[in-house]
Design a protein around this ligand. Sequence first.
Ligand SMILES: Cc1ncc(COP(=O)(O)O)c(C=O)c1O
Length: 438
Amino acid sequence: MLLVEKTPQKKENTKSNKLFEEACKVLPGGVNSPARSCKSVDATPIFIEKADGSRIIDVDENEYIDYVGSWGPMILGHRHPRVLEAVELALANGISYGAPCRQEVELAQLVCQMMPSIEMVRFVNSGTEATMSAVRLARGFTGRDMIIKFDGCYHGHADSFLVKAGSGLATLGISNSKGVPEDLAKLTISIPFNDVDALKKAFKEHKGEIAAVIIEPIVGNAGLLLPKDGYLQSVRDLCTENKSLLIFDEVMTGFRVAPGGAQELYDIKPDLTTLGKVIGGGLPVGAYGGRADIMQMVAPLGEVYQAGTLSGNPLAMACGVAQLRIVKNGEALKDLSEITDKLVAGIQKIIDEQKIDAIVNKTCGMFTVFFTKKEVFDFESAKNSDTKKFARFWQNLLEEGVYWPPSQFEAAFVSTMHTDFDLDQTLKAFESALKNLD
Ligand SMILES: Cc1ncc(COP(=O)(O)O)c(C=O)c1O
């Protein structure tokens, strides 16, 4: 494990700042994905040089305990030896073939075993591709055009999903993107999460028109939101009643909250599931899969077209196989759950002692500290949070050597590599960060 033990300092002339200046000349906003711009926390990004275990080190040699974890995939932490070994072995045989390889069969078999609702799966290169393709498939299968999504959920940046979306859009306050044709946006209905009546109403108003309901079963992109008791079963039942497909977007929750994802945790069988970063173990992979009768509509078997030059890339597949094999037996996620519980209990204690208006929503390996004292269960209630306070908190944590997701509307990710020592250091950092919010 890296342990440079150098306390990060707030400095103007850092290598990160210089790189950011250069980056801004050639990359819009200096970044390749808005969520990492740190705009909403009134900061500029640090540039990462390397990572190991639970730690990342920036180009100025500052070391941080990492709670971003590449936004989810690093369940086993950075540079897990078995994952590295699998990638190195694959690398020795070449980088890309554009032809079938053994590793894609192995990963497909693992995915189907771990998530039994998935009878067949197609690999793509990102979560966005997965959700976009799943919706096309749902439209092809049902012969309907409309979809229902939930306010604050984020399903990637395909046109159909940029209506009241979470994640970077919520962070930047631009939940409906320019450039999305009005006619296409009209086909997406966005309703509140955890509100069964809103879903019933949407189905009633658009009877026979809804191809699919796409949902993050545990929302990670409005900050962490948990489904209320029985909510996901009601969503399942309403989809069945209305002959619409239910798509679980498990890009974040898949293989993290349980070996079989949120669908195992809540015992719900979706028709289709979308997966992403986690199945690549940090390399660019996505997937959509589900009932065989639906998946058989995908080309070359059926008439729903979808393709990808780099899809099923041997390195990415090998990395995913190595991570999923470790996650499969359940022990790693048991550890992850214990680590998360321990950390959240410590954080809650500090919040109580310091009488901070904050609440914590958590599941296995993911949680969000919302700066509000009211319960947070949908996007509207998440928006009660004091984002200015969050920005101060984020900056304070960074100074204390903790790298936290730079948005109130994101979840923090824990890995199995977070040790007791890391947790103690994190809690000390929290104590100090929360003391200095005003
Ligand atoms: C639930 C969910 N779906 C889809 C996506 C899009 O994935 P990608 O960024 O790989 O395109 C994300 C990304 O964070 C996500 O959290």
